[in-house]
Design a protein around this ligand. Sequence first.
Ligand code: KIV
Length: 271
Amino acid sequence: MSIEQQIKRVTTKSVALLKKKGIKISALTAYDFITAKLLDEAGIDILLVGDSLSNVFQGNETTLPVTMDEMIYHTKAVSKGVKRAMIVVDMPFMSYQLNVDEAFRNAGRIMKETPAGAVKLEGGRRIAETISKITEYGLPVMGHIGLMPQSIHSYGGYSERGKTEEEANEILEDAKILEDAGAFALVLEKIPARLAKKVSASITIPTIGIGAGASCDGQILVTPDMLGLNTDFHPRFVRYYSTLAKEINKAVKAYIKDVKKGTFPSDKESY
Ligand code: KIV
C-alpha cells in the first residue's frame, strides 16, 4: 500500500511526511459539497476553500469582497463531502490584517464553526506575529507568499512576483520567517521556478506551488480553471484537464432541443 493510501485523513503531519518522503502533495480548491466529494473521492490531498470563490463562484473581479460568513458557509458545505482530504480555509481580506487579536478571533471562528484542518493567510514578515499567535494556540496555518491576490490593487495587476533580486531575496527570507513563526506549509504563487526551487530547498515545511514551477513540494490549481469551466481566464500555469464548459454547453443545448421538440421526458421517464 502506498503512503498516500495509508493516510486515512490528511493532516499537517501527513503533509510533512509527504515532503520528507519526496512525495508530491496534490491540492485543489473547492467551494461546494458535490465538487468537494468528487475531488476527495479522486484522492486529492488538500482542498482549499480559497477566497478565489469571490471570483469564480460569486463573479467578483477580485478576492477582496468575500466575507468571513461566506467563507464559513462554503466550508461547511465542502466539509460534508470530504472524508480524507485536509480542508484549508482562506482567511478573507480584512479578517486578519487589523491586528493580531482580531486575526486570532477570526481564525478561531473558522476552526470552531467548521471542521477545517487549517487556515491560510497571505503575507510575509508583516504577518509573522499573527501566525505565531494563531499557531501557538494550536490552530494550523498555511502561509501564502509571492503573488498575493488580496494585494492586487497595490500591484496593479496579476504579474509574476520575485523577478528582481531584491524581491526574490525578500520572498526567500519571508519563507524562512513564516516557517519560524509556525506555518506548516506555504503557497508560492506566480514566482520564477528557480526561486520556488530555492525556497522549497531552504525550508523544511512543504511548499505548494501555483505558477511556481515543478520543484515545489506540491501543486494547487483553482478547480474551475483546471476543469476548463472558467475559460475566460487562461494564464499559462493553468493546464486544462477537462473541457467542462464545452461539455455543459453541449448537454444544455441537447436538453433544450429535447424540451422544445417534446421528446423529453419519454414515457419511461414519466410516472
Ligand atoms: O484562493 C485561492 O484559490 C488561492 C489559491 C490560488 C492558492 O489562494
